[in-house]
Design a protein around this ligand. Structure first.
Ligand SMILES: Cc1cc2nc3c(=O)[nH]c(=O)nc-3n(C[C@H](O)[C@H](O)[C@H](O)COP(=O)(O)OP(=O)(O)OC[C@H]3O[C@@H](n4cnc5c(N)ncnc54)[C@H](O)[C@@H]3O)c2cc1C
Length: 383
């Protein structure tokens, strides 16, 4: 097959995948999401149901059992799913990331764990944050100490997506206390081994579908070949990988606003006040126009960052702009769109409340808004 045909085929496969995702979002996630929030549920069964489409292996090469699609398709998938539920989308994507990173950085570990991850028999997480270190990632205190043919790990991780059930975790630990980023290494942790224990799932005020929690490592033994990135490399890799995460979190904000805009517009075409449909009141309608404009701008930033990542180009500033702008856009427009619905906007049958909480989460995960602003402005502080 020529390269051109292969390219067209991938495009068609991506379109099929996104159509499938929209159906799954509308028919499966949206009807269940309000119940997840009401009953404080992290729904692993629905994650497993979603895995039948192969999404957990989206970026895994086809000859290794994956779909072999580029980053931008994962980002678009996250956008579609977040339109129904932000937490579910972020949970699925976080597990998806682990299989891909094993293929990319540790093929010997991929051989061992990939089929479990693709089938969602086992779920994955990425663990940087600790009770005492969030934005200041270089300050982590989980230690990795040399021990014979491997390493002994000790410490606690907190605020980790999927931690309520995941047991294949890419975890960052300090090999030289006091050295900050220079001593940080990344390990694959198998949570079915001795030395690993799970903390109780964290109680949030909403978006329980994200399955956030923590782990404790007590003398956990990692073999040498389970070090995924050596001291020094891990910190740099984490800062590069986070560009992808920032981009898809921006895409998820777009997905939530697009869904809210559609619901509010449909409502406005049905509901009448003062003898006219809501959409016929100019003062009511303008909020739709404002959201439409900012959504298009946020999407353009997200698509630009996705394209750079697909092309293997540096995307530090592009991803920071995309996430910061899209988060702010969602924080502004989701409450405004809920307002258009009157009291109905507060009903649990609509996603406005859950989406507003999703936008707040977006302001912390994979780089808080303040840290993104700091990075963007810092370039102007240099002479
Ligand atoms: C739902 C959820 C899921 C998460 N999932 C994961 C995950 O899967 N894996 C993972 O490793 N982590 C995860 N996190 C953690 C997330 O990355 C951290 O919450 C984030 O890095 C902020 O750290 P912190 O909460 O400890 O805030 P802190 O570092 O304590 O900061 C507190 C506040 O001060 C601001 N601030 C800090 N320093 C500065 C500064 N220099 N200038 C200006 N403002 C500053 C911060 O932006 C923040 O608003 C998750 C968090 C949430 C809420």
């Amino acid at each position: 097959m020529s390269d051109r045909n292969q390219g067209e085929t991938d495009e068609a496969r991506a379109e099929d995948l996104l159509r499938q995702a929209q159906d799954f979002a509308d028919q499966v996630i949206a009807p269940r999401a309000a119940e997840w929030d009401r009953t404080n549920t992290y729904d692993i069964d629905t994650l497993r149901e979603a895995s039948r489409f192969g999404w957990m292996g989206l970026q895994v090469p086809r000859d290794q059992g994956g779909l072999g699609l580029p980053f931008s398709v994962k980002s678009r998938l996250s956008e579609v799913l977040a339109g129904a539920d932000f937490g579910f989308s972020l949970s699925l994507i976080n597990s998806t990331n682990i299989g891909y990173k094993l293929c990319r950085d540790a093929p010997h570990l991929a051989e061992r764990y990939l089929s479990d991850l693709i089938s969602a028999r086992r779920l994955g997480s990425t663990a940087l944050t600790e009770p005492g270190a969030g934005t200041d990632f270089a300050a982590i205190s989980t230690t990795a100490t040399r021990d014979g043919d491997g390493w002994r790990l000790n410490g606690t991780k907190a605020w980790i997506i999927n931690a309520a059930a995941s047991d294949l975790i890419i975890l960052y630990a300090q090999t030289e206390p006091g050295s900050r980023g220079a001593g940080i290494a990344a390990f694959l942790i198998d949570g079915q081994r001795e030395g690993f224990s799970r903390l109780d799932r964290f109680e949030l005020s909403g978006q329980h579908s994200i399955g956030v929690g923590g782990f404790e490592l007590k003398n956990y033994h990692a073999r040498d070949d389970e070090m995924m990135q050596a001291p020094g490399q891990a910190f740099k890799y984490a800062l590069t990988d986070i560009n992808g995460a920032r981009t898809y979190v921006g895409a998820m904000c777009c997905g939530m606003v697009a869904a809210a805009l559609k619901i509010a517009a449909e409502y406005g075409r049905r509901r009448e006040t003062f003898g006219r449909r809501l959409v016929e009141h100019q003062g009511w309608r303008w909020s739709l126009g404002e959201a439409d404009m900012d959504l298009a701008a946020a999407r353009a930033l997200v698509r630009h960052a996705e394209a750079r990542i697909d092309a293997g180009l540096e995307a530090r500033f592009e991803s920071a702009r995309a996430k910061l702008f899209a988060t702010r856009m969602a924080e502004r427009h989701l409450p405004a769109l809920a307002q258009l619905m009157g009291a109905e906007g507060l009903s649990a049958k609509y996603p406005f409340g859950r989406h507003i909480q999703g936008a707040k989460i977006s302001g912390f995960v994979d780089g808080s808004s303040e840290i993104l602003l700091d990075g963007l402005s810092m370039q102007y502080a240099k002479g």
